[in-house]
Design a protein around this ligand. Sequence first.
Ligand SMILES: Cc1cc2nc3c(=O)[nH]c(=O)nc-3n(C[C@H](O)[C@H](O)[C@H](O)COP(=O)(O)OP(=O)(O)OC[C@H]3O[C@@H](n4cnc5c(N)ncnc54)[C@H](O)[C@@H]3O)c2cc1C
Length: 478
Amino acid sequence: MPTAVLGAGISGLSAGFYLLRRFCKPLTIYEASPRVGGWIRTEWHKDRGFLFESGPRTIRPKGLAGANTLQLIEELKLPIKPIPRSHVAAKNRMLYAKGQVCMLPNSAKGLFRTVPPFTKPLYRALLHDLVTGSTPIKNEDESIYNFAQRRFGKEIADYGISPMICGICAGDAREISVRFLMESLFENEQKYGGVLKGALYARFNKKVDDSNGGIFAKGEPELYKQAVKEKWAMYGVADGLEQLPRAMRKYLGEHDVNVQLSSKCSNLTFSGDGARISLRDAEVPVRHVVSALPAHQLAPLVKAQHPSLSAQLLDIPYVDVVVVNMQYSSNNLLKHNGFGLLVPPVEKLPVLGVIFDSCCFDMAGNTILTVMMGGRWFDQWFGNQPSQKKLRDIAQQHVQKILQIKEDPIFSRVHMLHKCIPQYTVGHKRRVEGIRKYIKDYKLPLSLCGAAYDGVGINDVILSARRQVEQLSLATKY
Ligand SMILES: Cc1cc2nc3c(=O)[nH]c(=O)nc-3n(C[C@H](O)[C@H](O)[C@H](O)COP(=O)(O)OP(=O)(O)OC[C@H]3O[C@@H](n4cnc5c(N)ncnc54)[C@H](O)[C@@H]3O)c2cc1C
């Protein structure tokens, strides 16, 4: 019987890639839409030398998950565009706060100066952590905002952590779990009584772990070694990030994996010896299902047979994001160069941030900006089904005000991304453990990967797919 993957976003394609490595055939990936890539989408304007990304655009090479993605990219022989730490897009990060664009400090020296929007030098926040004892936290989780406020003070929570959370998951730091980004800081603080104390203790007592999580049998990938040597901060893919899922689809096709587009799964039932996938015109029996669907899209498929699992999946909330790409023909419109700017939620603006795409990558003399709006505050700002015109106008007005760009873009594109980013709210880790326990207890031939569970970035979802497949092949004899 075949194995099936649901969804051909980057998670599903990665699951296919790792299943193939385990000789897990026959293998079919079912994708509802007529294309692969999910939220990864590039719009090319080759004649004018620029491109728009409506989803992700850069990947970080850091850590195990970063090295794992680079290994995949190396195997696909995909050309990439590194951005070293010395590049202006890596060094300059900005906030729009208190009516002005504020450049954040990018060196240790900057910690000792008062830089707007902060009213005191940032080293004072570190002192606050040193002199404040820790409070035991109920249920071993709290919001990342609370944690930052307890340890470093309100200003850091408002102007440091909250905009960062907007930039990563378009969420509200007052709701997002501290474990989403700061799990080890939180655990060390709870154990040693402070973030700095915990960090120092961990540094001097850390056992060197050179096992690489057991995932690189032949040593670290060459591309990862190059990234470390050349100090890459991040990288993009030549001709846009959508080349990554496209290359994966090509690779899978060349290795007899069937990527079936326009094939929406409408129901999923399990029996002792496998599962049945309902498609529009067929019922397919399979040995095992790897779901790489967003949790809210898997929930209705299992509801009839497993209502409790369905309800648990629906407990993972999602937010809507508006992405507006803009092209201006001149290349000297920006007063400051950098990756872009974030808008702290205390500013109460509909804009989450603006990415300066043409500072990151060459766009043939065009200025390309991407405005992200809404997220956790989408309903409050835009209500039900706002028109494209309204969204475009709001984005344009804010770009004019924040960046003082007087002219209108020559060309722009508005994307309404419905339920595009899962929110790892307080208790997320327990929720995911509960979902996986249910699957284990009922011995369902189902594995879960994708942005809903083990991290929302591209590196996280690729590694999550790999780990799920590796666990599967330990448990199942193929
Ligand atoms: C605006 C935005 C910017 C981002 N920027 C970055 C960034 O710069 N760097 C970074 O690392 N990450 C970034 N991310 C996160 C990253 O893009 C996502 O984590 C990742 O693309 C999620 O991939 P996925 O495969 O898990 O899910 P998806 O991309 O959602 O793929 C799921 C797939 O399943 C299909 N599907 C749904 N229902 C069914 C069904 N019933 N049957 C069959 N198929 C179905 C869908 O059509 C889709 O193709 C960004 C995300 C967004 C939204």
